[in-house]
Every structure is written in C-alpha cells, then in structure tokens.
Design a protein around this ligand. Structure first.
Ligand SMILES: NC(=O)c1ccc[n+]([C@@H]2O[C@H](COP(=O)([O-])OP(=O)(O)OC[C@H]3O[C@@H](n4cnc5c(N)ncnc54)[C@H](OP(=O)(O)O)[C@@H]3O)[C@@H](O)[C@H]2O)c1
Length: 270
C-alpha cells in the first residue's frame, strides 16, 4: 500500500506562486501531497504552474489571479477560495517586491505598494486564517522575509523595514502558537535567483556583485523543511547567517554605513 503523504487532506495557499521562490515552495508542498491554491497577478503563469504540479504530484491545484496590493484583496482572495468550497490549512505569505534607490525621488505608489503587499496583505491573510488553524490545531503560516529584516536598509529603506515587520510579526505569532500543533516559520533568504532583482533594480548595486545568488529551489526546500520542523526563523546558508548575525554586534552607525555602501551603485564592469 502507498505511504500516506504528510500533506494529504490539507491545502496550502501560496501567494506569489507565479514565479521565483513561490513556484518552488508550491512544488515542495505538492510533493508532500498538499493540495494548492496559487495566487499572484499573472493568470497564465499561475495556470501553467497549477497544471504542471497537479499532474506531477496527483494533487488539486487552483490558480486565482489577483493583485494583492489592492486594499481588501486578502478578503477577496479568501472569499474566492471559500466560493470554490476550499479551506486553507497552511498559508505561505511569499508574494513581495522591493525597489532599490534613495527614498528621495522614489515613486510614492511603489513605496506604498511594498507596504500593501509585503505587510498589509500578509497580515490580512494571516488574520483571516489564523483562528481556524488554532481551532483545528493544525497547519500554520510560512512567511517569507529576507536577510534585509535584520537591519535598516538605507537606499532600500521601505523594503528593509517591511521585512523587519514580517520577521517581528512571525516570531510573535510563533510564540502565541507555542504548545499547539500550529507551526509558524519565517524564511529569510539572501540573494536568490528569481525575477526579484529585475523588478527591484538591485542588479546595479555593489551587493549584487558579491557572490552568486542561491537557486530558488534550494531556498524553497530550506523554507519548507523549516516550516515542517516549526523552526521560528531560517536564514538561508552560512554566508547569509553570518551577515544577518553581524547586525547584532556592529555599532549601529557602522551597520548603516555598511548597508548604504553595499546598496550603492557598483562601478560599471570593465
Ligand atoms: N530573490 C531574492 O533575492 C529575495 C531575497 C530575499 C527575500 N526575497 C523575498 O522572496 C519573496 C519572493 O520573491 P522572489 O524572489 O521569488 O521574486 P519574484 O520572482 O519577483 O516573485 C514574486 C512573486 O510575487 C508575486 N507578486 C508581485 N506583486 C504582486 C501583487 N501585487 N499581487 C500578487 N502577487 C504579486 C509575483 O507574481 P505576479 O507578478 O504574477 O503578480 C511573483 O509570483 C518576496 O517576498 C521577496 O521579498 C527574495
């Protein structure tokens, strides 16, 4: 008789599942038998991911296209999920974007959009699904923050601040769920191969010249394992752990100067 997979009978909602880390996180859950609800704006890409994963892993995958920066989008998504007769056991808050550059001269829509997506939609969705998780004593929340969460980020100020929020919020919920079977993990990747850099414009910074980005599937696997082990915070890879750890020891002014430096434009390559 085939062995029962860990996620059978459960559904994971993955936001930002049309590209990058979200696609690979969705695949990790599918491999373990979770049914999926996949959300992002790009309908065609979501459908392609849903078809591929449902065939490969014999699970049900439902794509729902919407813009999560719109106020009330979390509720709209939850209503669409409920209308299909589905419930959510695991919430993976992965959708997010960053914009590199000084705050002066930045677009107000871009800056507020980061807060709406990286913070507001994440809190809204968690607030919707959290009570049932606690009541059912199963499932949980996997939030995707960043190594940016560990210090302020001059030249990418709102993005870093949004990820600091995600880390703080996740750790607090981890504590609130302690003693139950509900898991909460915060995945903090460093530079990772995805479309993130293209949208953020971080390809021109000194940071982008410092080493090779990690493959998104490696990052997703680490995040998935961390969630299953109810690991509170997972920073991907030794190098990123060292960098994130430095924030605790460096004098604040030195830390700010270091981040400013690595977020500054690099000299053109010869
Ligand atoms: N890549 C990195 O170096 C890195 C490092 C640390 C942390 N992270 C974090 O990892 C997470 C995933 O990013 P990624 O690297 O996989 O980037 P990505 O390839 O750009 O993927 C981002 C995902 O978010 C979705 N998304 C963007 N805007 C959205 C909106 N308004 N409404 C709904 N969905 C939206 C995108 O889909 P649509 O465009 O179809 O909407 C896409 O599926 C983010 O939270 C990011 O901050 C990334």
């Amino acid at each position: 008789m085939a062995r029962k997979r860990r996620g059978e009978g459960q559904t994971a909602l993955v936001t930002g599942a049309s590209a990058g880390i979200g696609v690979d996180l969705a695949e990790c859950f599918a491999r373990d038998g979770y049914n999926l609800v996949l959300a992002a704006r790009s309908e065609a890409a979501l459908k392609e991911v849903a078809e591929r994963l449902s065939l490969k892993y014999a699970i049900a995958a439902t794509p729902i296209a919407l813009d999560l920066t719109e106020h009330g989008a979390g509720r709209k998504l939850a209503d669409a999920i409920a209308a299909k007769g589905l419930s959510v056991d695991v919430l993976v808050n992965n959708a997010g974007y960053g914009i590199a550059g000084g705050f002066d001269g930045s677009s107000e829509a871009d800056q507020l959009g980061m807060i709406d997506l990286n913070v507001r939609a994440l809190v809204e969705l968690t607030h919707i699904y959290w009570p049932a998780m606690l009541k059912n004593n199963r499932g949980g929340v996997l939030n995707v923050a960043s190594t940016a969460a560990f210090q302020p980020g001059p030249l990418m100020a709102v993005y870093y601040a949004s990820k600091a929020f995600v880390l703080s919020f996740s750790e607090a919920l981890w504590k609130e769920a302690e003693g139950s079977a509900v898991h909460v993990s915060c995945l903090c990747p460093g530079p990772t191969s995805s479309k993130f850099r293209e949208r953020a414009g971080t390809g021109r910074t000194r940071l982008s010249r410092m080493g090779t980005p990690m493959p998104s599937m490696t990052v997703a696997r680490m995040g998935y394992r961390a969630f299953q082990n109810n690991r509170r915070v997972l920073v991907t890879g030794m190098r990123n752990r060292l960098i994130a750890g430095l924030a605790r020891f460096l004098p604040r002014k030195t830390l700010l100067a270091t981040v400013y430096n690595i977020q500054s434009p690099a000299a053109p390559e010869a």
